[in-house]
Design a protein around this ligand. Structure first.
Ligand code: SF4
Length: 365
């Protein structure tokens, strides 16, 4: 078994974060919230950038104990073909969504790199920002995705506790802890501009995982100083397989973690998904969080086939429409933003559309 990299166990600069994460420290939740709010306002303004996930396929070769798409689940498997992907993209655009995250399971013959690459090629024709959350890839594969217009990848370590990781990832390529740990660096080497990191809260000791996640972010930030970095805070949700998280994270602990990360990493995007309730997301908006998903469907083809009873990867908690979500944000004096300058920034603009996009900064109406 390969040894852990030094940066993962070096706790020299994580003492301040450790203190903020400690509920018995002098850092009250109210004090942290006030500081996190001020930093968020200074760095991101009164804005909330929005995105939505698009599940391309639920084929998977791995056996993650906590996932509804693990290869031993009794879930019907399918992937979207080109016409279906276009149909989903159109349905998403009708909702106002132009920033998407394409998802697949671990690499299989049915949903391999070529399939993912073709899907990116299709998505960039319709969307202004395309990110990918899929299997770990080689540098040359990431380079091919970047050349096609993929700007960001999301790859959660799930837990940084190696023993827990080994037990939870029962089989498949995801068992390789070190390979996954090194994936964000490979993506950046390949020309991907931004990486999203995170742990799946509930799998392991959340405080230890938060400190390791912080070290990972700091390591990436020091090594690739031009890289964009985001951090997500996904809590376990009910899923096929019925896995019960042994380390549940309550609302206060999650809030403390988000505030602490905002204070420790003022420039990093902090993301909260529809795994959380509407009330909780309303409460956290502007208090550290500056990016959220909306109208998420976790089934394959869920935007077009809205009546589909298929089970998704996990249950969505906040199922508000885009309009309902935007109304709630505006009530808090936060402007929901569908970012649209990415094509110009990335040099992937096509014809006059760049100018149009820049002139018509699209926001939620
Ligand atoms: S978490 Fe990802 S890799 Fe693991 S079983 Fe689910 S889809 Fe597959």
């Amino acid at each position: 078994m390969s040894s852990l990299p030094d940066w993962l166990t070096d706790d020299r600069d994580s003492a301040a974060l450790a203190a903020m994460l400690d509920p018995l420290s002098s850092n009250t939740l109210e004090t942290l919230a006030a500081e996190a709010k001020a930093l968020t306002l200074r760095r991101f303004g009164r804005t909330m950038t929005l995105y939505a996930p698009l599940y391309l396929s639920n084929y998977c070769s791995s056996g993650c104990e906590y996932c509804g798409f693990a290869s031993d689940r009794n879930t019907p498997r399918r992937r979207l073909e080109e016409g279906e992907i276009r149909r989903e993209l159109i349905a998403m655009k009708k909702l106002g969504i132009t920033d998407i995250l394409l998802l697949t399971g671990e690499r299989t013959n049915a949903a391999d790199f070529d399939y993912l690459h073709r899907s990116v090629d299709i998505a960039v024709q319709e969307m202004q920002r395309v990110s990918v959350e899929a299997f770990p890839m080689s540098i040359s594969e990431y380079r091919a995705l970047a050349d096609s217009g993929c700007t960001a990848i999301t790859i959660y370590q799930e837990t940084y506790n190696r023993e827990r990781y080994e037990a939870l990832h029962r089989w498949g390529p995801k068992k390789d802890f070190i390979d996954r740990l090194e994936t964000p660096a490979r993506a950046l080497e390949g020309g991907i501009k931004s990486v999203g990191l995170g742990v799946l809260l509930g799998l392991s000791d959340p405080r230890e995982d938060a400190l390791s996640l912080y070290r990972h972010v700091r390591h990436i930030g020091r090594t690739y100083w031009r890289a964009g970095i985001s951090v997500s805070f996904p809590r376990m949700r009910p899923q096929t397989g019925g896995y019960e998280p042994p380390f549940p994270v309550d609302d206060h602990s999650l809030a403390r973690m988000i505030f602490a990360f905002r204070i420790a990493l003022p420039d990093v995007e902090l993301v909260l998904s529809t795994r959380e309730s509407a009330a909780y997301r309303n409460g956290m908006a502007g208090l550290g969080i500056n990016r959220m998903s909306i109208e998420s469907r976790t089934t394959v083809g869920g935007y077009h086939d809205t009546e589909d009873n298929e089970k998704g990867q996990f249950e969505v908690f906040d199922d508000r429409s885009v309009d309902e979500f935007c109304t709630a944000m505006r009530a808090k004096n936060i402007e929901p933003v569908f970012k649209n300058w990415e094509p110009a920034y990335n040099g992937h603009a096509k014809g006059n559309s760049t100018i149009l996009h820049l002139e018509n900064t699209q926001q939620c109406l």
